[in-house]
Ligand binder design. Structure first.
Ligand SMILES: Nc1ncnc2c1ncn2[C@@H]1O[C@H](COP(=O)(O)OP(=O)(O)OP(=O)(O)O)[C@@H](O)[C@H]1O
Length: 496
């Protein structure tokens, strides 16, 4: 599906007769069960278990159904291939559904599925919203009017410099961000473009939104867009024949901030992005970009865009050290106390949580949510024991899983619709050889087993057969993006 098709996601409302003859229901969980059954029937068990088995209903707010998946990869895939289909089904099963918000969830606290009609209701209280960050595309599919096509993505006022803590891992990024934000509109630009990259939840979006806030407060015209908002904005403007206005708007600003650039897809959109980038930089306008990897690793991006992005300052934000994690936790606890005066977390508990939850800022938010929920339930003070119980699942979920060769064989076999016995057998038909070689390749890359041992576990094969399979798949993955995506999915299935 190309992005322009995705703009037609406004759902057709069910007719009165659909409702009166009982073919639709106002009960979100029941409607969602029906949609899942329909998806299984339409796409078959294999596709269903690959893409939809872990797609869950979170909550329905007004006309938007909030769904979630555990990984960004699944979200991108579903978004690109199945979203309009799911929206059509949901609209038929759940009257009044007009939009889907597809979130990436972290383990643990989730809103309870149901319909919430409260005027202006949000998906969750702010802390929860931070753990289940709305997918960028949500803002994109909300594009409905010509005026909206030209608007930026909403800024989160909590993501300011004041609320951003600085440590060793982000000092350089923070200093560069401050300089870029504070530079006067007519001053020479310190770094252009400024490219920030980091793994999930380490504060990229926070920092670049802080740049946009501060720039606006010193009188500059800043536009903050997720890469997907850029894509949809441009495509929507094209459809509405306002593309010139869209480009002019982009070029009339002092600062363009683009988030999650790794999601920029499509040749013509990349070309447009490249023109915009060149026009802005050459015209002395500041560009700030954030992504989950450095420009050189953005494989799907056009070489010219990558080299232009590498031409300014590229800074990585590293893992949050323990001191930084303590500061973030304390600030979140303090913020929660504004609404829950009895929520008191002693320093030794904060230190314990900071030590245990070492992954990222989003998990720290998740940990505070859990502490809050436990303290509300127990009604007593927050002891180390309570804290340990509260964050147990968060910590356990983060421990790297040891992958077993049997699991690899089972999951690969299921994915390719063959049996595990086929994989271990001597059969040499193509339908069995490919999954067998992929399974061997994954066994080599995901387990510490030696080639001879892998050979033994694959029906007593020689180590040279394993080596041949590993080399072959390695080579193919480098050339064939379809296969690379399949292997990536299998890896993720195995590491979850
Ligand atoms: N240095 C920091 N100071 C304060 N809060 C932080 C810091 N780093 C991360 N956070 C918080 O951690 C959470 C996740 O951060 P953010 O959304 O900016 O991550 P991200 O790098 O953009 O992740 P993603 O790649 O998933 O979009 C937010 O609540 C953010 O405020």
């Amino acid at each position: 599906m190309n992005p322009s098709e995705r703009l037609t996601l406004a759902a057709a409302a069910p007719t009165a007769s659909d409702i009166s003859n009982g073919s639709v229901t106002a009960d979100p969980p029941a409607a969602w069960d029906r949609v899942k059954r329909l998806l299984r029937a339409e796409y078959g068990e294999d596709v269903f278990s690959s893409w939809f088995a872990r797609l869950e209903l979170d909550v329905v707010i007004d006309d938007t159904v909030h769904l979630s998946v555990p990984t960004r990869f699944l979200r991108s895939w579903i978004q690109a291939h199945y979203l309009d289909k799911i929206l059509g089904m949901l609209a038929a099963e759940l009257p009044g559904t007009a939009h889907i918000a597809l979130n990436v969830r972290t383990a643990g606290v989730r809103p309870i599925a149901g319909r919430d009609h409260a005027p202006g209701a949000r998906a969750a209280e702010p802390m929860v919203a931070a753990t289940a960050k709305p997918a960028p595309f949500l803002r994109a599919i909300e594009v409905t009017s010509r005026e909206d096509d030209l608007a930026g993505s909403p800024l989160d006022r909590r993501m300011s410099f004041d609320a951003y803590f600085v440590g060793r891992s982000n000092a350089l990024a923070h200093a560069a961000a401050q300089q870029v934000a504070r530079a006067g509109a007519s001053e020479p630009l310190p770094y252009n473009p400024l490219f920030l990259h980091a793994a999930v939840g380490l504060g990229k979006s926070h920092l670049i939104q802080a740049i946009a806030h501060l720039s606006e407060s010193v009188g500059k015209r800043a536009l903050y867009l997720t890469a997907e908002r850029f894509m949809y904005g441009f495509v929507a403007a094209l459809k509405a024949q306002t593309a010139i206005a869209f480009k002019e708007k982009l070029r009339a600003i002092d600062l363009l901030v683009i988030d999650d650039l790794q999601f920029l897809a499509g040749k013509s959109i990349q070309q447009e992005f490249c023109h915009t980038l060149n026009a802005l930089i050459d015209g002395g306008k500041q560009v700030v970009v954030a992504a989950d990897r450095p420009p050189a690793d953005l494989d799907t991006l056009d070489e010219r865009v990558r080299s232009r992005l590498s031409g300014g300052l590229v800074v990585e934000i590293g893992a949050l050290d323990e001191e930084l994690r303590i500061k973030i936790l304390k600030s979140r606890i303090e913020a929660a106390r504004a609404h829950h005066a009895n929520f008191d977390v002693p320093d030794n508990v904060v230190a314990y949580v900071a030590h245990q939850v070492s992954t990222n800022g989003r998990d720290l938010d998740g940990a505070v949510n859990r502490l809050l929920a436990h303290s509300a339930l127990s009604g007593s003070g927050m002891s180390l024991e309570t804290a340990e119980a509260a964050i147990r699942d968060l910590v356990r979920n983060r421990e790297p899983r040891r992958v077993k060769i049997e699991d690899i064989q089972r999951i690969v076999a299921k994915h390719y619709n063959v049996s595990r016995a086929d994989i271990l057998s001597l059969r040499r038909t193509a339908t069995v050889v490919k999954p067998r070689q992929i399974a061997m390749y994954l066994a080599k890359s995901l387990t510490p087993r030696s080639l001879p041992e892998i050979g033994r576990r694959f029906g007593g094969r020689d180590h040279t057969t394993v080596l041949h399979a590993v080399r072959k798949i390695e080579g193919l993955v480098g050339r064939d993006t379809g296969l690379a995506e399949e292997v990536d999915l299998l890896r993720r299935l195995l590491s979850e």
